[in-house]
Write a protein that binds this ligand. Structure first.
Ligand code: ARG
Length: 467
């Protein structure tokens, strides 16, 4: 790309007339944001085309000037798509596009920046980028959810322990456990949709701070750019980064959910649990230990949540110190936003692939369900025979202790022991010690009963179908 302007004071600037000399190289270096914001170019071009159309419609540009600028912006779009890149002298993406537009069409380019500021421009471009990013992330999240539903479908008849305090608690269906990771992602998707809606308020037309001085039709702009509303206050519009905070919060919480999923699977994949085996394509080896099969993607899922959290905290820290209106501190917003979205965009496909390539060891899962996990069922059995729950809890507790002391499963205790613990125990008590019976009792909505889980799967499939 021709670059006649490189070298500090000669560079193409959108400002500078009021200064006798050029900025110090140290200032230019710290001020420059092109390395971060270059990726906004398709959106900056999109909003510039809409802006040019609006200026022409308002009579600020002649029809010919408007058409010439539209043509020039198309040329610039093609140039960048074909590989034109910023030079060291381009301050930010807006300056770059302005320079390329001048190089493409000459004088009429100078009329495009009428009535707008980079303040409303960057806010608009960032919002357009964010809405696009939320759409992409939603698709990636759906892929993860789809992998979960497919695994859940294969686990509808398989029992495993559910854990509280990481201690064996009660038996559940494998599908129930798998879907416990599905619903948090459904909420994450809703949060991202809400953040996208927050981003759907148009700042363009706010100018630098007080609103554009030209009679442009903001409703027309809104329609052209696909926003849902027009910002009601220009001071607020140029400083509002709530939508970024909302995206970063949604991604931080999503990071926490992926971390929890990752941790479950990492544990379940250890030799000690042995419930799952990680697929070859999503396992790494060790440079030293030939036997290793490491779940790196899941460990990174666990680890990278803290990065998104850091991005959120960085943004909130920036926003907290500011007066109203645009302040240059806000330039840092994109660093956090892009980092979190990039991180998630890498992570989600790797998590989806890791999930899809898992194989479950159903025998090991079943074998981990021990009879003491049916202690609650035994107590419930007594309650059905009109024993109070408090009394039942004590009676079953004694049986658990007896089995522990003898080093046997509760199923191996003689019936006499049950009768000593409570006279309400009948011969049918042994059926209550079966995990299959335990889950069958739990057909409450949202419970692990086989029919309830089938309904849950139906609902999950419905979520996937929803746009
Ligand atoms: N690169 C700047 C940013 O990202 C664009 C806005 C510059 N506005 C200004 N008044 N200097 O925030």
């Amino acid at each position: 790309m021709a670059d006649s302007n490189s070298g500090g004071t000669q560079s193409h600037k959108l400002w500078g007339g009021r200064f006798a000399g050029g900025p110090a190289p140290e200032l230019e270096a710290v001020n420059r944001s092109i390395d971060v914001d270059f990726r906004l170019w398709p959106f900056d071009l999109q909003l510039s085309k809409a802006w040019a159309a609006t200026l022409a419609q308002a009579g600020v540009l002649t029809a010919e000037e408007g058409a010439e600028i539209q043509r020039g912006l198309d040329v610039v779009a093609r140039q960048i798509a074909d590989g034109a890149r910023p030079t060291a002298a381009d301050e930010d993406v807006h300056t770059l596009i302005d320079r390329l537009l001048h190089e493409a069409i000459g004088a009429p380019a100078s009329r495009l920046h009428t009535g707008r500021s980079r303040n409303d421009q960057v806010a608009t471009a960032t919002r357009l980028w964010t809405r696009d990013a939320c759409r992409r992330l939603d698709g990636l999240l759906r892929d993860v959810q789809r992998a979960m539903v497919e695994q859940a479908e294969s686990l509808t008849d398989d029992l495993m322990p559910a854990y509280t305090h990481l201690q064996r608690a009660q038996p559940v269906l494998g599908a129930h456990w798998m879907l416990s990771h599905f619903w948090p992602l459904a909420r994450d998707r809703r949060r991202l949709t809400a953040a996208s809606a927050a981003a759907g308020v148009l700042p363009l037309g706010s100018g630098a701070i007080a609103g554009s001085a030209f009679p442009i039709d903001r409703e027309m702009l809104r329609g052209m750019l696909g926003f849902e509303a027009v910002s009601p206050n220009s001071i607020d519009a140029v400083g509002d980064r709530d939508f970024i905070a909302e995206v970063l919060f949604a991604l931080s919480l999503l990071g926490a959910h992926l971390s929890r999923l990752g941790e479950d699977l990492i544990l379940f994949g250890s030799s000690e649990f042995g419930f799952v085996r990680f697929g070859d394509a999503f396992s790494t080896g060790s440079s030293m230990m030939p036997q290793k099969r490491n779940p790196d993607a899941l460990e990174l899922a666990r680890g990278s949540g803290s990065r998104m959290l850091g991005d959120l905290v960085a943004l909130l820290g920036t926003l907290k110190g500011l007066p109203s209106g645009y302040n240059k501190d806000l330039q840092e917003d994109k660093r956090s936003l892009f980092d979190a979205v990039d991180g998630m965009s890498l992570l989600l496909p790797a998590v989806a692939g890791s999930l899809a390539s898992l194989t479950f060891d159903r025998k090991r899962m079943r074998a981990a369900v021990t009879s003491s996990m049916m202690a609650t069922d035994l107590a419930d059995y007594l309650v059905r025979k009109r024993v109070t729950f408090r009394e039942a809890h004590g009676a079953v507790g004694r049986l658990v202790r007896e089995a522990e002391e003898r080093g046997v499963e509760m199923t191996d205790l003689p019936f006499a022991s049950f009768q000593v613990a409570s006279s309400a125990f009948g011969e049918d008590v042994m059926a209550e010690l079966r995990a299959e019976t335990s889950v069958r009792h739990r057909e409450v909505a949202g419970g692990t009963g086989p029919a309830a889980v089938r309904q849950q799967l139906e609902a999950a499939r419905g979520e996937l179908g929803a746009a």
